[in-house]
Design a protein around this ligand. Structure first.
Ligand code: BTN
Length: 257
């Protein structure tokens, strides 16, 4: 049976946060349908936040846009729950700052991650991982958010994917989990402290999608950025230099190269 060393997770968190470290309850399961689903179940039972659920494998891992996330043994499958008071309209910003925070945390460990809009983690232009955030909305506000992250550690990956384990200073799945959890919470804290406008330039620097050629309703265009609301900004080539259109997550997909 696969084990998870919670002590290593705690020690890595301690090193990352230093004196600012705080308790982060973690539940580990050798196998689950989905860590996001399990975490919602625990929240419905009244378990306090923030907290983390990790699984050794998932039998019904959820990907973006209703896809399945292949979750064989050896990958990282982590969900982290946060309580928030953000307006419901800011849900894409939450995903954006999670991806940005995780990328920054991995880069601090010499993993040169880039971002593919809206929230894929890329290494050497291949998919290292993905993020699926889900929210509970009450009275127009996001009261609870579950940020689910899948990262290819030493699991088998398709042609478009890449594993982290053979090429990283990070030496264990537990340490990787601590780095990812740190990135999500730190990204969220930064978002609250300085706002999305100040995070965007740094997000854009890591955005591999910039300059990518795309078709918008049959018209050729070029990706020029991402808005504060998390929409993709595309300049249409054929309609004169100044015409830009926006596309929200899920309405247009980008290739890896
Ligand atoms: C994507 O499609 O790129 C996002 C994939 C997110 C997968 C993770 S694995 C942990 C968490 N639990 C899930 O069921 N999905 C997310």
């Amino acid at each position: 049976m696969v084990q998870f060393n919670k002590q290593t997770f705690r020690e890595t968190r301690q090193k990352l946060w230093g004196e600012e470290t705080f308790d982060l309850p973690l539940d580990y399961f050798p196998s689950l349908p989905s860590t996001n689903q399990k975490l919602w179940q625990l929240l419905n039972e009244g378990k306090p936040l923030p907290r983390v659920v990790i699984a050794g494998q998932q039998t019904a891992g959820k990907g973006q846009w209703g896809r399945q996330w292949q979750s064989s043994l050896g990958g990282l499958y982590l969900s982290l729950a946060l309580s928030t008071q953000l307006p419901a309209t800011n849900s894409h910003q939450l995903t954006l700052c999670s991806g940005w925070g995780i990328a920054q945390a991995l880069r601090s460990k010499a993993v040169r991650v880039n971002l593919k809009w809206p929230n894929d983690l890329l290494l050497n232009q291949k998919k290292l991982g993905g993020i699926l955030s889900e929210t509970r909305i009450q009275n127009g506000h996001i009261t609870q958010a579950v940020i689910g992250v899948g990262i290819n550690w030493q699991n088998s990956v398709p042609e478009t994917g890449i594993n982290l384990q053979p090429r990283s200073q990070i030496t264990s799945l537990e340490s990787l989990a601590a780095v990812v959890a740190h990135g999500i919470i730190w990204g969220y804290q930064q978002y609250l402290a300085i706002g999305i406008e100040k995070i965007l330039p740094s997000y854009l620097q890591m955005l591999s999608s910039k300059g990518r050629k795309v078709l918008v309703d049959g018209f050729p265009g070029t990706v020029v950025g991402v808005t504060a609301q998390g929409d993709l900004k595309i300049r249409l080539n054929s309609l004169g230099a100044g015409v830009e259109v926006l596309r929200s997550p899920g309405t247009i997909s980008l290739s890896y190269r």
